[in-house]
Design a binder for this molecule. Sequence first.
Ligand code: ATP
Length: 315
Amino acid sequence: MIIETTGLTREFRVRDGLRRRTVRAVDDLSLAVEAGESVGYIGANGAGKSTTIKMLVGILVPTAGEVRTCGLRPVRDRRDLARRIGVVFGQRSQLWWDLPVRESFEILATIHGLPAGEARARTAELVELLEMDDFLATPVRQVSLGQRMRAEIAAALLHRPDLLILDEPTIGLDVLSKQRLREFLVAERREHGTTLLLTTHDMGDIERLCDRVLVVDHGRLAYDGTLDGLARTVGAQRVLVVDLATPADDLTGIPDATHVRSEGGGLRQHLAFDAESTTAARVLAAVSESAEVRDLSIEEPEIEDVVRRLYAASR
Ligand SMILES: Nc1ncnc2c1ncn2[C@@H]1O[C@H](COP(=O)(O)OP(=O)(O)OP(=O)(O)O)[C@@H](O)[C@H]1O
């Protein structure tokens, strides 16, 4: 197991008006992740995701329970662990703000004790795969958010860690940057067998990157399984949005799909369908029989919605 926790618990003392009370941010969490897995760790704001990750990497000491990351005790073996994992926290940077991106890579390679040849080769590989050539000489504070996220991920992967932990890797990125980053992570995993653990509010990240989802609710594990299984559990639906050549009446009566709403006098129509019982292609084919489709898009369910439904169902 690359990650293993048993009864992992973390409490905080917080001020509540004049009183102080205890918040249990992570509550008796037991989970195991095998090497090579790609796991999405999701939950509402304040559910306990960051606190869990901080204990996995040794930044926070657990109140109770056990945690092993890469077989090590994160707090005690923090230095050894740093050689085995890469971590990207959205808000914290591992890069040096005033230095060119390239120099941050050089410093990190030195910190990790990478032999010069290996550091050069790995940096070149990451620069190419993450298309960083254009901004290698730019100080970190001047690069765009998308560029910085690529540089952060490269920095976390420089020493070829066994486990990469990402906190909201695609937040704030445009569609194309998100897509590129996801493709890179898929390739990285395929090439090097890197284990991935990521928190995200973006269903697309989970769908493209993860083969397993963990949902945390008030510090407790509320779901552990596949994304399909999660969607099935909560009955999450996708929505096919079609733009028609001419306005049409509401497209009701499409098999396994429900008309949600129409816009522009029937030019654009939203049809919800359950990915378990049909496919977007089948819904589209049925729509095409009664109307000419000019354009289409598919809306994925929102993670917030999925999580809300799951929480509601488990209470
Ligand atoms: N240092 C701290 N002191 C006091 N309370 C804390 C501290 N860190 C976290 N908490 C509390 O613990 C709970 C879990 O917080 P955590 O940041 O782990 O949630 P999260 O799932 O990562 O949320 P988000 O999606 O908003 O990042 C929250 O109630 C939070 O207020």
